[in-house]
Ligand binder design. Structure first.
Ligand code: UTP
Length: 480
């Protein structure tokens, strides 16, 4: 419908479509808006994909889709974080293979940064949030420096795909430009926008954000698969012979973005989608759970895992479902191509969330609800796992790789992420054999930050640290 005129038969066609869908109210303010606003509204209407939306109104908006967890859930098999005797050879080969893929630029980094970040409440795209303990570097800068550090370490020139949403795209690009892409080549960084879904009231009517605007929100990180295709990024990857994307979310400053071991295992086992896992902090931790259902690897959300399974124990007393999903994946390009080939039958399910969404009422007044009033629909990337051939799960350590910035305070906040970055830097220094002053409660005494351009992990630090660092108790210490 894009490019439709605001008069005559085109407008009639729009009216007819809306009427057929029971959404005529979208044009309720047509007579009182300017021509420019009418164009804006028509462009918004053109974005509505009724073929996808119409069936969802009954199944997901007017009522909550019922979810019955599969009755035969079992823990999913996974590989250990540190190889035992059995895996030592395989892991050494995998690191070599991973390094080779990096050297040949056969992989690219991928960051989903299109979310609204409502819980954090930061004024701006979440990737701009300052987080590192000493230099206060932004999340985006830390990721850029990981790519720089990886390029330098392996003589690579990796591409970085960054998914934004229409509401944060311009600001994200501006941030990169203002910071000269943090030293990366602008030609190797590609931004693209994800898809949108309208918000609905509980009766299934599309909400208006303004007389000329539909209340859209990003369609979830699962929307990244189609967005990669629609933006041309997928075709570009094929052209550049890129085999796999390392998927990370914008909120985890500890993530190892490009991990040779993980990449190598993914490639060597022929996995189409691989994921990292950590042991859960407690039975009910709010992370997804990797599980096997009918022989397929799947992620069961914490809210969907039956209580008796959440608390279930193995004979040795350990937690039975103990594989938390931390949103670190590798996706083969061929898998993304396969998943997105037939868009009419795109496989990822929609998830329903009831949220507070400001809207325009029938009288044209803007309402700021004080209770959740609207239904949003999102797709999740981990729902691609059951479609993947030979999915692989690799264990990692929480203190090494997971401390997301989700909330303004409390758990998973900036405060906990900064603390965990500090802990990890201190642990790397100690594992390299240096003395780090600690307080009586064993907290590092001082602030420690290691730029990813200096060292990418503890082993790397050991290789590159040539002088004994001088660490004054209580001081701020930084290496780059
Ligand atoms: P979250 O699930 O934490 O959602 O996203 P959010 O929108 O960022 O934050 P809240 O829930 O409003 O507080 C996890 C990751 O997925 C990305 C986010 O940018 C973050 O990296 N994401 C989420 C998208 O890229 N698009 C989306 O539509 C949703």
């Amino acid at each position: 419908m894009s490019g439709v005129g605001r008069t005559g038969t085109d407008l009639d066609a729009v009216k007819e479509t809306l009427a057929c869908q029971g959404q005529e109210h979208v044009l309720a303010h047509w007579d009182s808006i300017t021509d420019a606003q009418r164009d804006t509204l028509l462009a918004d209407i053109a974005r509505l994909n009724f073929t996808a939306i119409a069936p969802l109104i009954d199944t997901h908006v007017r009522r909550e889709p019922s979810f019955t967890p599969p009755s035969n859930l079992e823990p999913a098999p996974s590989l250990p974080a540190r190889p035992g005797l059995d895996e030592a050879g395989q892991y050494a080969d995998a690191v070599k293979r991973g390094v080779e893929l990096i050297r040949k630029n056969r992989v690219a980094a991928f960051t989903v940064a299109g979310g609204a970040g409502t819980r954090l409440g930061f004024d701006g795209p979440k990737g701009m949030f300052p987080i590192s303990p000493v230099k206060n570097k932004s999340l985006f800068q830390l990721f850029a420096e990981q790519i720089l550090g990886t390029n330098r370490r392996y003589g690579a020139d990796l591409r970085w795909y960054v998914m934004t949403s229409p509401s944060n795209d311009a600001e994200t690009r501006r941030f990169f430009e203002e910071h000269a892409f943090f030293g990366l080549s602008p030609q190797r960084v590609r931004f693209f926008q994800q898809g949108l879904m309208p918000a609905f009231d509980k009766e299934g009517r599309i909400l208006l954000d303004a007389p000329d605007r539909i209340a859209f929100s990003p369609d979830g990180h699962g929307g990244s698969l189609l967005a990669l295709k629609h933006s041309g990024a997928l075709a570009e990857m094929a052209e550049a012979d890129i085999e796999a994307l390392t998927y990370i979310q914008v909120d985890n400053p500890l993530v190892h973005m490009i991990d040779p071991l993980f990449l190598g295992l993914h490639a060597m086992t022929g996995s189409e989608m691989s994921s990292k896992t950590i042991p859960k902090a407690d039975d009910l931790e709010r992370v997804g759970n990797f599980a096997l259902a009918d022989g397929k690897v799947t992620v069961i959300e914490y809210s969907d895992l039956p209580d008796e399974l959440a608390h279930a124990r193995n004979p040795d007393g350990s937690r039975k479902f103990d594989q938390g999903s931390i949103a670190i994946h590798i996706l083969s390009r061929a898998f993304i191509e396969r998943m997105t080939a037939d868009e009419a039958h795109f496989g990822l399910p929609w998830h329903r969330a009831v949220k507070k969404v400001p809207y325009l009422d029938a009288q044209g007044r803007r309402i700021e609800p004080d209770a959740p009033n609207a239904i949003k629909l999102e797709a999740f990337i981990f729902d691609a796992l059951p479609f993947a051939d030979k999915p692989l799960i690799l264990q990692t350590l929480r203190e090494e790789e997971f401390s997301p910035v989700k909330n303004a305070s409390g758990i998973d906040s900036a405060e906990t992420a900064r603390r965990d970055m500090n802990h990890r830097a201190a642990a790397w220094l100690e594992s390299a054999g240096y003395y780090v002053p600690r307080k009586v409660d064993n907290e590092p005494n001082g602030l420690y930050e290691i730029s990813p351009t200096f060292a990418l992990d503890a082993d790397h630090l050991r290789e590159v640290m040539h002088e004994i660092p001088h660490m004054t108790p209580g001081g701020s210490h930084y290496w780059e």
